[in-house]
Design a protein around this ligand. Structure first.
Ligand SMILES: [Fe+2]
Ligand SMILES: [Fe+2]
Length: 416
């Protein structure tokens, strides 16, 4: 996903930078001069001034796309400003800039900022982050859905896993390993945690690709604050969508994660790819959770129309988008890696991915199919719905029986 200019060629991307320090605003202006043909940039010295600029833009019917705000400012701080922006313009991309001394306060923006950037900000990183976040809109062209997904601060977690995490964190002898294991079983908690540590804010040279490492990186104290005081995880209220079950999604996601890792292992992938495969498998259907939570009525119609079949056609017909696009859009907005975002986007139609190398979207696709039909040894069986032509491109079609046998052995071993 790159090159926002050609993708969004009708108009320039409109960006508002907010910082109370004049040198920082001047520096930012200078650093981003090269973008002036693509970006319409405005600089405000306070949260209040930023709201004024947004008002002007709104009355001139100019939508704004990105708000980059400093965290610590006199008067309205970055967290309050972004909360207001989220209300006024939920589809705008919201980035927060902060120094490391503010780690605790930055956590307050977990539900409002899409990503966090470290101050002083590297201009190239800022350009990349904005371009990438904006390019994602190609995945989700419907403005109503962009708004819905843009305003998601948290997703519902499976109640039993949520309770388990709470109990685990409240134990006097809580261990990071135990907490990580429990969090890693839940789709929403996995995505939220990865959102936090994927941010450039933490300045990690390599992305954190597993829940275990994310937990270890944050440390127990931060995690306890985040979960118990900030409430970053949310126990799912009953989701009333006929045909949708959060338990089933949970089981399916966990199984697909395991199957994707097994397939990647069978393909001789290295450790980081195995981790990516697991994470992408875990999150591949997160779009369903988004749809069930955000538009339960319409999503209910989709499921009724799809019956027992694959819901992609019904989604396309009723929503003009798919759970794959919705999920990828959310994860991209939250700063997860391209490998994961792409695998989620193309897990149903891996042939549309432009991946080179190992073909992670194809692996996640195969894992998803394998979990649906664990006994199917024939890759061409129609019920399986495997895109064998795509697998052919990676020389992987004949590998199906090997994967199927490995998954069957795994299941027989009683591990999930
Ligand atoms: Fe799916
Ligand atoms: Fe799936």
């Amino acid at each position: 996903m790159n090159g926002s200019a050609e993708m969004e060629n009708q108009r320039m991307t409109r960006i508002l930078f907010v910082d109370d320090e004049p040198n920082i605003r001047d520096g930012m202006r200078r650093m981003l001069r090269s973008m002036r043909n693509e970006w319409d940039m405005e600089f405000a010295e306070s949260g209040e001034a930023a709201l004024g600029v947004m008002d002007e833009w709104r009355s001139a019917r100019k939508p704004f796309d990105v708000v980059v705000s400093d965290m610590r400012m006199p008067g309205m701080d970055g967290a309050d400003l972004l909360a207001r922006v989220k209300e006024i313009s939920p589809d705008s991309v919201r980035l927060i800039l902060s120094g490391h001394s503010d780690t605790a306060s930055i956590m307050k923006t977990v539900g409002t900022a899409h990503q966090y950037l470290n101050k002083p900000c590297d201009p190239e990183l800022l350009k990349r982050t904005i371009k990438r976040a904006f390019a994602l809109r190609l995945l989700l062209r419907d403005e109503g859905l962009q708004k819905l997904v843009g305003q998601i601060g948290s997703l519902p977690s499976l109640p039993v896993v949520y309770q388990e995490v709470m109990a685990c964190l409240q134990k006097p002898n809580a261990s990071l390993g135990d907490v990580g294991k429990v969090i890693g079983k839940d789709v929403a908690m996995t995505a939220t945690l990865l959102k936090l540590v994927s941010s450039a804010f933490f300045g990690l040279s390599k992305p954190v690709g597993t829940v275990e490492r994310a937990v270890a990186f944050l440390g127990l104290d931060t995690l306890i604050t985040l979960v118990l005081a900030q409430g970053i995880f949310k126990e799912s209220p009953p989701i009333n969508v006929p045909g949708f079950s959060i338990e089933k999604l949970w089981q399916h996601s966990l199984a697909t994660a395991g199957a994707a890792r097994i397939i990647a292992g069978q393909q001789g992938c290295e450790k980081t790819t195995l981790d990516d495969a697991f994470l992408a498998g875990m999150l591949h259907d997160i779009g369903k959770l988004v749809l069930a939570q955000s538009i339960p009525e319409q999503y209910g119609k989709v499921l009724a129309m799809a019956g027992n079949g694959i819901a992609m056609h019904a989604e396309q017909e009723i929503l003009q988008t798919t759970h794959a696009d919705v999920g990828a859009y959310l994860l991209g907005l939250w700063g997860l890696t391209d490998a994961v975002v792409e695998s989620v986007a193309f897990h149903e139609r891996p042939a549309n991915a432009m991946t080179e190398g190992i073909g992670l979207p194809a692996i996640v696709h195969a894992a998803d199919r394998l979990v649906h039909c664990p006994d199917q040894t024939d890759p061409d069986c129609e019920e399986l719905g495997l895109d064998t032509r795509c697998l052919d491109d990676f020389g992987m079609r004949e590998r199906w029986p090997v994967w199927q046998a490995a998954w069957a052995a795994h299941l027989a071993g009683g591990q999930q």
